[in-house]
Design a protein around this ligand. Sequence first.
Ligand code: PMP
Length: 312
Amino acid sequence: MSDLPGCHRYLNRVAPTPLVPVQLDTSLPPVWCKLEFFNPSGSTKDRIARFILEKAWRGGRVTCGSLVAEASSGSTSIALALACAQMGLKFVAVMPEGVSSERVLIIKAYGGEVRHTPKDAGIRGAIAETERLAKENGAFLPRQFANDDNADAHRFTTAREVVDVIPGGRVDAVVSGVGTGGTLVGLYLGCRDVGCAVTPVHARPVNLYGDGDAECCSFSGRIPGVVDRISTIFSEERLPGLLTVEVPDEVAMSTTRKLMKLGFPVGPSSGLNYAAAVEVLKRRGDASWQVVTVFPDRMERYFTTELFGPYV
Ligand code: PMP
């Protein structure tokens, strides 16, 4: 029996994921890519789900049969549904109507409940419903967009795993798209903790053709998981020397397809991250630079999206 919190004997540890050098352009150094799609539910969000729930368990805020609720339709709800199944907790994912059925089915398969809020109330309507569940039913809320444990999960696991295996333990830059910002802030802090002079880089997807009234380079909402200005974890003050690299969403998509052809079963945010990391290497022009990024999740979540358009 492990010392891990939870009601079930099969509770596993979230194992380290591989870090591999990937070189689509042989005239540039490789990018060091953390293969997060190997995590148990298929995304990097397993790390934050387990970290936050284990901390809550140890702090006595959840125990066998407790209710956990999160307003998310994405990878975080899937990861929480899996972690709750393993730990013996109840899970409710609250999401606006209209979310793709694959995600809903996966959450239900892990024993989670899916509750829909009106579409026009958006994510704020879903958040309000979780607040109600907390107040009336004592539900524990992980609050991924406002909880610093999200960044700590990456600081104490993802970043440590990177510096343990990268040559010389030296990381010169960390690159990530931002949803909650937990990945970028955690990777930056974790590398800095061990003495790396690391530059944080925000990979920002842009729609080069604008959104009607925007003239150029507006944020693009076409990369699932990467969202603009919601999080309170991500802030420029916490990331000194922050660089922002804009990646046209077409480039993010085509890079993702190139990575798939090399045998990496990844989703669109991996292409975004990789393309931004290559841009950092080009701008820096230093062949010894060790740039690290993550491949957050798996391609199977995107069969019905534009990513697979060329193959149907
Ligand atoms: N890629 C995917 C597929 C995601 O689901 C997310 C987060 N929801 C991100 C990237 C961004 O990661 P973070 O939330 O740590 O900023």
